[in-house]
Design a protein around this ligand. Structure first.
Ligand SMILES: [Zn+2]
Ligand SMILES: [Zn+2]
Length: 377
């Protein structure tokens, strides 16, 4: 068997090492144009005679099968058109029964707004790209392109998630550069503003960490892929490499490379194996490839939308502890005016409580700009 066909190395956990591009080649060699084409579906529908030949049955049987098993058979007839909000008592369909229960519970418990917001969010995420074809033909995804599903785990960013680390799921194309994935990973660490500004809060710089500290790397299979696109970028993997080499610590020899020089097709990876993305010095995210497949004609075929976000954990926003309405923008510590330590405020309440009308500081406290993870919702 070809070494690039994935087989388990650890059962139900991860595969052996495969070269991504070669794995794609194996598929493309075996499949026919009809399987690979990204043309609209009807152009590639099988004839009854082909179905009959494939299944070894008569053409009449094939035609009957198509009628009974076709997608049209799944739709309800026109006079029983379903209304997703108004479900009849005693629905015969199990799924409708479940939906009815959820709707009833929601009506009773008044969590409508919150639940709806999350639902809308997930719905929008799912539908902004489904089946999308590019307006400009030049942005069309190539036939036979690989699609990798990646899970990106967030570092522990607040106490609430100590045990449960939220994550995002993205799809990348095999021919995309590692830097394209890096640019698509949203993390609050990139948006932080460092410093203490209690004496002059208006001076909190506009500069976010992403613009100040541009270095980052992925670590796949003993190689650190450093983002070196900007002259300010540094090879932040060097310390680790030198540490590993300074003594015999039992590690294989680590290497470093430029993130911008590699696509996913160039990599050798294990599916299911935890790898690392590190940025802002010590913000570390575990990255796992959970699936690799060929692009399908019903996928989003607009290249410019990849890496494509498929799923993201919903963050609860931290509200201002005074008005309980707006998202927190400031966090104070050792605050003689605040009930909690640390305490969170929106911009208006923070300034109203801590400064007089001339902008003079009242009381003792330290103030840091705060970036809420909820902004990604
Ligand atoms: Zn991060
Ligand atoms: Zn407020």
């Amino acid at each position: 068997m070809d070494e690039n066909i994935p087989v388990y190395e650890v059962t139900d956990a991860n595969t052996r090492l495969i070269h991504i591009g070669s794995f794609g080649d194996l598929w493309r060699e075996r499949l026919q144009n009809c399987d690979l084409t990204l043309a609209e579906k009807d152009d590639c529908l099988m004839e009854n005679s082909d179905v009959a030949q494939d299944l070894g049955c008569s053409e009449e049987t094939a035609a009957e099968l198509r009628l009974i098993c076709g997608v049209d058979a799944l739709k309800c007839s026109e006079n029983e058109e379903a209304d997703p909000e108004n479900i009849p008592e005693d629905p015969s369909l199990l799924t409708l029964g479940i939906r009815k229960k959820i709707l009833d519970r929601r009506r009773e418990t008044l969590i409508i707004e919150r639940a709806c917001r999350q639902e809308t969010f997930l719905h929008e995420l799912e539908f902004h790209a489904v089946g999308k074809r590019p307006e400009d033909a030049a942005d069309m995804v190539d036939e036979g392109e690989l699609v990798l599903t990646l899970n990106i785990v967030y570092p522990v960013i607040f106490r609430k998630h100590k045990e449960y680390k939220p994550y995002q799921t993205v799809l990348v194309l095999g021919s995309q550069k590692l830097t394209e994935l890096r640019d698509a990973i949203n993390c609050v660490s990139d948006l932080q503003i460092g410093g203490e500004f209690s004496n002059n809060p208006d001076l909190a710089p506009e500069n976010i960490c992403k613009d100040l500290y541009k270095s980052a790397f992925f670590h796949f299979e003993g190689v650190f892929y450093n983002d070196m696109r900007d002259p300010q970028c540094r090879d932040i993997s060097r310390t680790t490499i030198e540490w590993a080499e300074s003594r015999d610590r039992g590690y294989e020899k680590f290497q470093s490379a430029k993130m911008e020089d590699y696509t996913f097709n160039d990599l050798r990876l294990k599916i299911g194996y935890p790898y690392l993305y590190c940025h802002q010095g010590d913000c570390e995210h575990v990255i796992t490839v959970t699936d690799i497949r060929l692009i399908h004609h019903e996928d989003c075929l607009d290249r410019t939308l990849y890496p494509l976000l498929k799923k993201r954990h919903w963050f609860w926003t931290r509200k201002c502890s005074v008005c309980l309405m707006y998202t927190a923008r400031w966090v104070t510590v050792n605050d003689s005016l605040a009930p909690d330590d640390p305490c969170f405020f929106c911009d208006v309440c923070f300034k109203m409580l801590h400064y007089d009308t001339d902008g003079n500081k009242l009381g003792e406290f330290l103030a840091h700009p705060y970036v809420d993870p909820g902004i990604f919702n």
